[in-house]
Write a protein that binds this ligand. Structure first.
Ligand SMILES: [Cu+2]
Length: 502
């Protein structure tokens, strides 16, 4: 039996990266039917018909009266306002993927309607391959006129360009995204307090972000700057290509044979599938319309697909492991004997600052270390490999913090400690949020929480002899927003940190 645990052990080296990278361009498989195919921007000609239709569409939408519901500004306001609040768009909970699937389709349908290009499909920016902004978006002019895809004031944070391996390398995605078998661990979990289908849950957040949302999704938004780190992010035309790629990753994950709902309880399945995104979207003629996750499960049923989708890999979920992790995310405890190491007690008040990273240790017993390390040296492919996760909860994030880097047992740390350090475990990005007052205060998000996998870092450190004590130390280093000052707004205070060996 091949389970998720086995594959972590058996290594994903077997071409996984090449299969999932999106580098395969073949359209032939879909050429005979009517599915529209969303293609990669990689090597796409600037005058490609899909890219040209999108450019024309953006130009048309920007030229309209911006009070018209079918205009560049009004479409973006369904998501949220620049320097304002998020309106309908969920981040940090399990509605993140389906809500944005419909949002990209809302634009796609409008491109078709306004340009008349019936086979238009939104291209995607595969940032695993193309680590800088695609040229179509950075040229200030096109065809002798201003380029509608160009946005002035993008910062393209030099620290983060080209996009680093730690966020987007194909082998990182293979392991941290595609090998995950549980939807909520892959695509961000439910707010544990949700008990009904009240629409307010959609925008509340309060789930625990997995790697996909916390790292490539959030950090690419932030790295681009201008509109992209804010609730007004859809005002940057690159938004649709970024989210088309996020949507493709979900489609690839499903194509590998992963189910969104098979392992949800009946009650959770109902709460996820039947939520009404009521009047969250605008039609090409300016009518409000609704969508339900139950109708957003399969891109082919929605009329589009992506090239090069993989075949199922027959990787089986491990229900015990999934249940343990999910109950830990939901309740802070598990019903069985799983040992939870409390790195930071609940209601912590200690802050990480730029000058003083938050460094907290907890006893990491020899027997736990052995559970993790036994697997690193054992050669059998069948294993009960232990994984190590950190859960960082309810982070109070200062407005000047763009992300936080997580290190393990580093002897010395600073803002410039590189991401390829053996001690680096992960980076969690935070979109910009306004203060908690204001007219949409009821729509404020719960402080973000994230799940960070430490397995490889811990094993690697042990192999190098860098895990010599029986303590494990978790270290948080905030990263400043582009242009922000290192002041009171540059701190981050997690309510708690737990480590669990599953
Ligand atoms: Cu969004």
């Amino acid at each position: 039996m091949v389970t998720r645990r086995t594959i972590l052990k058996a290594s994903l080296a077997l071409g996984a990266a090449a299969v999932f990278s999106g580098a395969i361009g073949g359209l032939s498989a879909f050429a005979q039917n009517t599915l529209r195919v969303r293609r990669s921007l990689h090597n796409m000609a600037l005058n490609d018909p899909d890219l040209s239709a999108y450019r024309d569409f953006v130009g048309m939408m920007q030229a309209k009266n911006q009070k018209d519901p079918v205009s560049w500004l009004q479409y973006s306001l369904m998501h949220g306002a620049y320097n304002g609040n998020y309106r309908y768009c969920p981040h940090g909970d399990w509605y993140f993927l389906p809500w944005h699937r419909e949002f990209v389709m809302m634009y796609e349908n409008a491109v078709i309607a306004l340009t008349g290009k019936k086979d238009f499909a939104m291209p995607y920016w595969d940032w695993s391959i193309d680590r800088v902004m695609p040229k179509a978006f950075t040229d200030q002019s096109y065809g002798g006129k201003p380029n509608p895809l160009y946005v002035s004031g993008r910062t393209l944070n030099t620290q983060n360009w080209p996009l680093p391996d730690a966020w987007v390398a194909p082998d990182v995605l293979a392991k941290k995204v595609y090998a995950e078998t549980n939807f909520q661990l892959f695509g961000t979990s439910k707010n544990p307090n949700q008990r009904d289908l009240d629409m307010s849950w959609v925008v509340k957040g309060g789930g625990t972000q997995g790697f996909l949302e916390a790292t490539p999704h959030n950090l690419i938004h932030n790295s681009i700057g201008a509109f992209m780190p804010t609730a007004g992010s859809p005002r940057d035309p690159i938004f649709m290509m970024h989210h088309s790629n996020i949507d493709r990753i979900w489609a690839v994950w499903n194509a590998l044979g992963r189910s969104n709902t098979a392992d949800m309880t009946p009650s959770d399945r109902n709460l996820w599938l039947n939520m009404n995104f009521k009047n969250n979207y605008l039609s090409p003629t300016g009518q409000l319309y609704s969508a339900y996750p139950r109708d957003l499960q399969d891109t082919k049923a929605l009329g589009y697909t992506y090239p090069g989708l993989p075949k199922p890999d027959n990787l089986l979920a491990d229900p015990v492991r999934d249940a343990r992790l999910l109950s830990l995310l939901a309740a802070g405890s598990t019903s069985d004997t799983l040992e939870v190491l409390r790195v930071l007690p609940a209601a912590n008040k200690d802050a990480a600052t730029l000058k003083a990273p938050l460094v907290k240790s907890v006893r990491f017993s020899a027997s736990l270390q052995n559970q993790v390390m036994a697997q690193a040296t054992e050669s059998a492919t069948q294993s009960d490999a232990a994984e190590v996760f950190a859960i960082i909860r309810d982070m109070a994030v200062g407005p000047d913090v763009s992300s936080v880097r997580v290190f393990v047992n580093a002897p010395a740390l600073s803002a410039t400690t590189p991401l390829d350090s053996a001690h680096f475990a992960g980076e969690i990005g935070f979109l910009a949020h306004p203060d908690a007052e204001g007219e949409h205060a009821g729509h404020q998000k719960t402080p973000p929480s994230a799940l960070i996998e430490l397995t490889d870092t811990v094993r690697d450190l042990a192999k190098r002899g860098l895990l010599t004590t029986d303590n494990i130390s978790v270290q948080l280093v905030p990263v400043l927003r582009e242009g922000a000052k290192d002041g009171a707004g540059a701190t981050i205070i997690p309510a708690s940190i737990e480590i669990v060996v599953v």
